[in-house]
Design a protein around this ligand. Structure first.
Ligand code: KG4
Ligand code: ZN
Length: 364
């Protein structure tokens, strides 16, 4: 590999419209621009992402984001080597908007088109930021995803397990709603939890006895609802200090589930005898300090490096799509005008399908 590649990446699979330019050569990769236009306010009144609203907003914003990404990178379409676009999994209207935009640009500029799996974008990010060698262990934990993967190659992933219902970020968001805390729930529950006692409430750790790495977070939220109602009945309201205890207990339960399942995932990963063992996390939930500390501890038990890319690259963005496109291109991957948008697209085609389909769409 001796070629410099400059890729435009386009992402529109959920509620962020994003475009980015990434340049890569033998020496590594550089993010030349990374534009993300969120839609939080458009969906705020509905308690979740409304697919039709999301698709329309993507269609309106994609051109603007692409133009900004090219401008900020100081390049024009002529300087690009290819266009990479999220072709799934995600909310189909949004994915279609991105794929159509990318096809138009590719035809217009005579550039190759590379369809990228959104989850591969997340999973390959530690190679963009830290040139991490394969194989590494990965936990994706966000509002829409939750899975353990072994990344073996640019298009070679083994899924060890994932949530069978809610994603952990979704559980944080629902918990915040139950406790009348602001959205997004993760940061507000974390901040309340700081003054709470994590042992105050014995909340369940679902699927702990089941072998493997599958997880479940919806029962936890139901248990929290019951605990909250009991407190309200006893106290005639929800005292602030007890609310903090509920947050701390909930957060401890999520951290516990993720770290116990990480140990199981490690056991499978270490069986591959990786030369440089590494555990990388991505997704908004990885921003949680208590969860991050718990995962870092597990990583240290296995003498593995622990990597958490900066938050703007952990959450949905197009730099990861441009980079995954570069990895796929180097691996010989190309697509034509028959590239389709896919609502479901498991990274590991051999793993059994996950059941959940949360508020942010299919978890693939
Ligand atoms: O990766 P992300 O930005 O987007 C998608 O899910 O697509 O993740 C957002 C999720 C939200 O559910 C949010 O509540 C959660 O990540 N989150 C957190 C924290 N910050 C964000 N969860 C726990 N602790 C946090 N500090
Ligand atoms: Zn994502």
């Amino acid at each position: 590999m001796d070629q410099t590649l400059i890729f435009l990446g386009i992402e529109s699979s959920c509620d962020d419209t994003a475009a980015a330019v990434v340049r890569a050569d033998d020496g590594g990769a550089q993010i030349l621009s990374n534009v993300v236009a969120g839609q939080t306010e458009l969906h705020a009144a509905f308690g979740g992402v409304v697919p039709e609203i999301a698709a329309r907003a993507h269609a309106e914003k994609l051109d603007i984001c692409v133009e900004q990404a090219l401008d900020q990178a100081g390049v024009t379409l002529k300087d690009l080597d290819a266009i990479a676009v999220t072709a799934g999994p995600g909310l189909i209207g949004g994915v279609m908007s991105g794929v159509m935009c990318a096809k138009g640009l590719a035809v217009g500029a005579g550039l190759p088109l590379i369809g990228v799996n959104h989850l591969a974008g997340h999973a390959l990010t530690p190679r963009l930021t830290d040139a991490l060698p394969f194989p590494y262990l990965m936990l994706l934990a966000s509002g829409g995803h939750c899975q353990f993967l072994i990344a073996k190659g640019p298009e070679d992933f083994v899924r060890l397990g994932g949530t069978i219902d809610d994603a952990p970020g979704e559980a944080f968001d629902k918990t915040a709603k139950l406790l009348a805390l602001p959205q997004p729930g993760g940061p507000s529950v974390e901040s309340e939890a700081k003054s709470g006692n994590p042992q105050a409430f014995a909340l369940p750790r679902p699927l702990m006895d089941r072998p493997g790495c599958d997880m479940s977070f919806s029962g936890l939220k139901t248990a929290l609802l019951r605990a909250r109602d009991q407190v309200i009945e006893q106290h005639g309201g929800l005292p602030r200090a007890i609310r903090a205890d509920l947050c701390a207990s909930f957060q401890a339960a999520v951290a516990d589930v993720l770290s116990k399942k990480s140990r199981r995932a490690f056991a499978e990963y270490m069986a591959l005898s990786p030369a440089q063992p590494a555990f990388a996390v991505a997704g908004g939930v990885a921003a949680n300090q208590a969860i991050r500390a718990a995962l870092e501890t597990v990583s240290a038990e296995f003498n593995a490096a622990f990597l958490a890319p900066p938050l703007r690259l952990c959450t949905d963005n197009a730099a990861m799509i441009a980079w995954a496109g570069i990895e796929r291109y180097r691996n010989g991957g190309r697509d034509g005008m028959d590239l389709i948008a896919r609502p479901r697209w498991p990274l590991d085609q051999t793993a059994p399908a996950l059941l959940g389909s949360g508020k942010k769409g299919a978890k693939a």
